[in-house]
Design a protein around this ligand. Sequence first.
Ligand code: FO1
Length: 327
Amino acid sequence: MKITALAGGIGGARFLRGLREHLQGRGDDWAGAEITVIGNTADDITLFGLRVCPDLDTVMYTLGGGIHEEQGWGRSDETFGVSAELAAYEVPPDWFTLGDRDIATHIVRTQMLRAGWSLTDVTAALCDRWQPGVRLLPMSDDPVETHVVVAGDDASREAVHFQEWWVREQARRPALEFVFLGAAEAKPTAAVLDAIHGADVVLLPPSNPVVSIGAILQVVGVGDALRAATAPIVGVSPIIGGRPVRGMADACLSAIGVETAAAAVAGHYGARIAGGLLDGWLVANQDASTAGPPGVVQRSHPLLMTTRGEAAGLAGAALDLALELRH
Ligand code: FO1
């Protein structure tokens, strides 16, 4: 059996680790299901000449056992010698911390890219070491970068790289618009399209619906492939009781005019029968009374993933809903 999931950063990675652990505990033939992850690469940034892929690395490290668990990004047992030396040379930026171990990943990735390897093949090579137990695919081998349009000082508009807005500014200046540079020219890889076409189940974890899942959907062809998929598509709300579980999904949703509410996010993804993506939608118990778009089967389940057991339980509930919806 094949499960395909679109994933962004921390929430997506924890959900996927939960899904892998849930499958190990199942007694049916889903226990051996293969998981393919289509990872967001629009957060990627080049720093000090190195290509950094935050969302791919968060999935790889989280499922491979190398993640800094509390942070949800970067490596465990990190040291920051290189970063300190760069600061001593006053070489910017100092607002995006790269640990020494993490830098090794970016060096390997950058030199392989420079040698002509595709990001898909580089990611597979890095995963050879980490053995995440899923197939991790970048959404495209072509560059896509999310830039955020904010209000400048004199009421002008200014675009900054997503990481600068997210990390350096902590979204202090409200996002007026998200621009996915390169998305119109980027192609989903054949592996991505096969993973969607061949899936028995497709899951949308509780990643940021605008800059993570949303960025993947910006790659021309991915949305159409999902809408045409024979697999049921089940999403998990990243919003509980009007607030994002983590991160700044609210700051992103307001920029695209979507209310920070589980039902509104479901409406944003749209119901499959109305040309959207969702067949099923998991919401938190406190949102059980709010209805998503007609045609989407909604179930409520605790959405917090503070423990690995909770993440496995949530992933199991999402899979069970998908199995209920399989024709
Ligand atoms: N997030 C921060 O808030 N501060 C950082 O200094 C930072 C560094 C960093 C380095 C590598 C990496 O893979 C991720 C990093 N992140 C950092 C997180 C990153 O901004 C987010 O995980 C994603 O881009 C959002 O999904």
